[in-house]
Design a protein around this ligand. Sequence first.
Ligand code: BV8
Ligand code: ZN
Length: 260
Amino acid sequence: MMDTRPPLAAARDAISAARRIVIFTGAGMSAESGVPTFRDALTGLWARFSAEALATPEAFARDPELVWGWYEWRRARVRAAQPNAGHRAIAEFAARRAAEGSGGVTVVTQNVDDLHERAGGPAAVHLHGSLFAPRCGACGAPGAFATVEPVEPEGGRRLAPPRCEQCGGALRPGVVWFGEGLPEAAWSAASQAMDSCDLVLCVGTSALVYPAAALPEQALRAGATLLQVNPGHTAFDALARFNLKGSAATVLPALLCGNH
Ligand code: BV8
Ligand code: ZN
């Protein structure tokens, strides 16, 4: 029987009927906060590189100052950014469901920013690490940033990574680089959430990077409904029961909090 309801209304009904929801986010979630996505061309010092080329252990080994400078530039952009209406809608929605006891909401993100947390939402499962958790590249000991936060020039700069207090090795960003395995704890938490959810809401991801992109497919195989919010086309278009073609900060408040 043809579903004649407008997609937003039908999607809202599917969400209210769902018991356990996973919200799976990518770079598009933070785009309206001024954080560039991976599809956006790099600028300044890094204009001649692709993000995929810089976010590798090989690039860091070859030129640690170039790569550390890039991450410090990105961290400065995130510190200067604010959660957008999409992040806030997720936080409000999760709090309301918890208060009503109408089922859990798990946020699983590919993003290395802290905007989900700063929006007051549930701590997200960070599949690809964080810009705020440096560690020693040699002994793995957690590292710390300079107490006085440096001002990063707009176009970026080369910056020597700080030294590890334990072994003197160079600190590296606490992110997962291409060719590196994902943190075990985050992967198993995300995998369990996908297996036990009845709806997965994918927001702002191109679904190109694996193994993260395989997670919503895993939820589908476990019988969940897939709902997508993305202004563009992605590999999830064909898998989604509802495709809401719009931005995170405009669609999520209407979808999750009924503010339209
Ligand atoms: C590994 C942290 C082995 C670093 C990141 C299978 C098939 C093909 C390739 C592979 C495969 N398996 C592995 C690979 C290789 C590789 C990979 O997937 N390559 C891709 C490029 C083809 N994967 C890996 O290397 C992984 N590791 O396989 O290791 C191994 C295994 C065990 C033990 C040892 C080794 C590691 C992958 C993780 C890499 N790290 N980030 C950093 O941030 O610097 S990935 C990084 O890129 C992000 O975290 C994110 O995951 C990805 C970017 O994707 P999105 O988030 O989706 O963002 P994108 O910019 O692409 O798209 C934005 C979307 O938003 C668009 O759709 C757009 O339309 C939309 N949008 C825009 N504006 C808005 C919006 N939506 C809503 N609102 C808006 N306003
Ligand atoms: Zn060390």
